[in-house]
Design a protein around this ligand. Structure first.
Ligand code: HSE
Length: 412
């Protein structure tokens, strides 16, 4: 079996190295005499690399070579990855990708093209890096109606929050450290503004609920505004702040999605998912809650998922794996403002007793939170569940000048 790799960055080079390292077992698991890399597409040259002699810069060599049956796309970004993948699928080649942006934006279309051409389009590595999550949802949990899927889907932000929680590091210092460690995306805003997690929850939502969800329809907030004060209040509340991406089915049949920082109870495994690790909770109506945990990024964890898909494609050459979802529509996603959830609110006030009285009038019941060394003029509370749209209106009209932080509180 001959394959090509498009994009020789961290993940692409991990795929090549893993195929060489575990060649015997990979060939055996693929039911093939051997698994051979024929081309690596990249505009750069790699003269000192053991696979440098395979590097080409002309995509048409891959597209026009009938010996290449499986193409791995690890270029990232939508263009030209989309055009290249489309052409490979149209030529009947199966494609494996780790590119969450491509799947989140073009997944539905590419799955259809794969079906029309009796090829496979697989993307286990696009969510959760090395964590098995796409195939388990599609196969092992197939007997369930999925009610909710939620998780920590971005390692960089989880690393930053872990440093803030465990070492009281400021957001700025923790971001710098994440960048020095090479965790952040090419554009760090894709991580810290929640864009990467948003793409991943779109893929999981489509898989769980059967229709494509486009990233622009997901309410997305990142972690830039999280202060150490909020981290301390989350601890005193009994949990931790995590960047949570979630998609939930409502009784109306619509789904509600969001990516935002959220308080998670200490007893939930998501709260103790630290550093660059990811965790995904899937709530099925038969199985209950299942949590998948592991390395969500990195060269070999991601290559592990990519190569497993290559093996699956090799075993299913000329046999379609039935896998896909319908195109999405605007009606499928509920307005996040109609979502009901509890909130943590931190205010800086010039008159504490007047603010507490206004909070009582506005929210009725709430819990007051404490932290050591809080400034005299600071008030922090945890509300009961409230409609997001109502909360936004109340905060804007009553507390506009006093708001320091507003963070959702999950029920797990
Ligand atoms: N930047 C991503 C993360 C890489 O930090 O999780 C894996 O998608």
């Amino acid at each position: 079996m001959q394959i090509a790799i498009m994009g020789y960055g961290v993940v692409g080079s991990g795929v090549a190295a893993l195929i060489e390292k575990n060649n015997k077992s990979i060939a055996r698991n693929s039911l093939q005499p051997e698994m051979k890399i024929k081309y690596i597409l990249d505009l750069r040259s790699f003269p000192d690399d053991p696979f440098g002699h395979l590097v080409i810069s002309d995509f048409s060599q891959i597209a026009n070579d009938d010996e290449v049956s499986i193409v791995v796309e690890t270029m990232g970004g939508v263009h030209p990855a989309y055009e290249f993948v489309l052409e490979c699928l149209k030529k009947g080649k199966s494609v494996v990708t780790s590119n969450k942006e491509l799947v989140a934006v073009k997944g539905c279309e590419l799955l259809k093209v794969a079906e029309e051409n009796n090829a496979n389009f697989l993307f286990e590595a696009s969510v959760g890096g090395g964590i098995p999550i796409i195939r388990p949802i599609h196969q092992c949990l197939a007997a369930n109606e999925i009610e909710e899927v939620a998780g920590i889907l971005n390692g960089t932000t989880n690393f930053i929050l872990t440093k803030m929680i465990n070492e009281s590091m400021t957001f700025e210092d923790a971001l710098l450290l994440a960048q020095q460690n090479g965790y952040a995306e090419r554009d760090p805003s894709a991580d810290i503004d929640g864009i990467d997690a948003c793409r991943k929850i779109c893929i999981l939502a489509a898989l769980c609920f059967g229709k494509h969800v486009y990233p622009e329809s997901v309410h997305t907030e990142g972690i830039r505004k999280i202060a150490l004060a909020d981290v301390e209040y989350a601890l005193s509340w009994g949990g931790a702040i995590k960047l949570i991406a979630r998609a939930k089915k409502l009784e109306s049949g619509k789904i509600t999605l969001s990516v935002s920082p959220a308080f998670v109870q200490k007893s939930c495994l998501l709260a103790s998912t630290d550093d660059v690790f990811n965790a995904v909770l899937v709530r099925g109506n038969a199985v209950g809650d299942v949590i998948f945990y592991g390395r969500g990024a990195g060269k070999f964890p991601t290559a592990s998922a990519v190569v497993a898909d290559v093996i699956d494609c090799a075993k299913h050459i000329d046999k379609r794996k039935v896998f896909g979802w319908e195109d999405g529509n605007a009606d499928f996603v509920a307005d996040y403002l109609d979502n009901e959830t509890a909130f943590y609110i931190r205010l800086i006030t010039s008159d504490k007793s007047k603010t507490i009285a206004s909070l009582t009038e506005t929210f009725g019941e709430f819990d007051v939170l404490n932290r050591s060394d809080a400034p005299e003029n600071e008030v922090a509370i945890a509300t009961k569940a409230v409609r997001e749209g109502d909360l936004e209106g109340k905060l804007a009209s009553v507390f506009a000048d006093e708001i320091a932080s507003v963070i959702r509180i999950t029920d797990y």
